[in-house]
Design a binder for this molecule. Structure first.
Ligand code: GLY
Length: 352
């Protein structure tokens, strides 16, 4: 995969001009969803480099991350005269960057694209690292390709109007990056005031957080080994996310990952020697900021079943990424049903 340029921006106009400038193209397109068209597109539409841009708009939220929506984007690109030398800007959260990245990567065997993530979650996770794709047959991110954006512009100015739940959702992935990285980053994350976030400080922390992901993805772009570190908290987290969805009370991805990290920190302490004091400090921080999902023992069989169907598993064995300490990554770990139930007890009974 070609390397992607990460631009830490405090001036979106200048950053966009620079990103478009280094990517020769004949036509320029901007993909937005109905929300980012209204709230974010006006922030870039007045820039000189955007004068030539043609707009493609899709429905907002994950329900639109479908093959039909990709077909709509391909159709619009064709109708508006896109060629193999065209460039697309994806302006939005993870849904738009995943979907737009996939549409761009497959149109005429691939045109270049730039990501401008507008949520904290997509800044620190989805928009970086070349995973693109759509949901298919009821399965999340079932179809897709690995293909890097030419540039990713990270501008925390978009967060000024973001609600605290969405800040927290992205922050869970930052916490994960701290846990798989080093004590310094972990301590900084644990001391950040999420009730009144300081956006200048958050900008620096986002830049540090993305470097963790970049470093890992550079070594293992297609998730053969080390990239599995980024799945910490996600095996249990995806099960929490799915059960909430099935109950008709969907939760934001980061909240599910935060719950998943509690379970997987417990398993890390139990199985790979993660220090108990660090586990308790992290769990207390998560419980205080994210609360707890109201699961009961009756949910355990379904949560376990969901974990056995996680797409990271090989031959039906549940695959966890655990930690031997902060920054001590242990990929390809498994756990028995009893151990997993114990971790769920730990989560349910108030953790600390
Ligand atoms: N979201 C995890 C990854 O990009 O690998």
């Amino acid at each position: 995969m070609t390397k992607q340029e990460i631009i830490i921006s405090d001036n979106i106009g200048r950053s966009l001009a620079a990103a478009v400038g280094i990517c020769p193209h004949d036509r320029l397109f901007v993909l937005a969803d109905e929300t980012t068209e209204r709230l974010c597109l006006p922030l870039i539409a007045g820039q000189d480099c955007m004068r030539e841009a043609q707009k493609i708009v899709v429905g907002a939220t994950d329900v639109n991350k479908t093959l039909d929506t990709v077909a709509h984007i391909w159709t619009e690109l064709g109708r508006l005269g896109a060629t193999r030398h065209s460039l697309m800007i994806n302006l939005g959260g993870g849904m738009v960057t995943d979907l737009g990245g996939f549409a761009a990567s497959t149109f005429k065997r691939g045109i270049s694209y730039i990501n401008i993530p507008t949520t904290l979650l997509s800044m620190v996770d989805a928009s970086v690292g070349g995973k693109t794709g759509i949901n298919f047959n009821g399965l999340k991110n079932e179809i897709g390709v690995f293909n890097n954006a030419r540039s990713v512009i990270l501008d925390t100015g978009f967060l000024k109007t973001m609600d605290s739940e969405n800040i927290l959702s992205g922050y869970a992935e930052m916490l994960k990056h701290g846990l798989i990285s080093d004590e310094r980053m972990w301590a900084e994350l644990m001391s950040f005031d999420l009730d009144t976030p300081d956006l200048d400080r958050l900008r620096t922390m986002v830049a540090d957080s993305v470097k963790v992901k970049e470093r890992i993805v550079e070594q293992d772009p297609t998730e053969r080994g080390l990239r599995k570190a980024l799945n910490f908290g996600h095996t249990a987290g995806h099960a929490f996310e799915s059960i909430a969805m099935r109950c008709g009370t969907p939760i934001l991805h980061g909240y599910a990952v935060a719950a998943g990290m509690i379970c997987e920190l417990y398993l890390s302490a139990l199985k790979t020697g993660f220090p108990t004091n660090r586990m308790r400090q992290t769990v207390a921080f998560i419980a205080e900021n994210y609360g707890r999902m109201p699961i009961t023992c009756d949910d355990y069989p379904e949560l376990f079943e969901l974990m056995t169907h996680d797409k990271k598993n090989v031959a039906g064995t549940i695959n966890f990424t655990l930690l031997g300490g902060i920054g001590d990554i242990r990929i390809d770990q498994t756990a028995t049903k009893e151990e997993i139930y114990e971790a769920l007890d730990f989560y349910r009974e108030g953790c600390i």
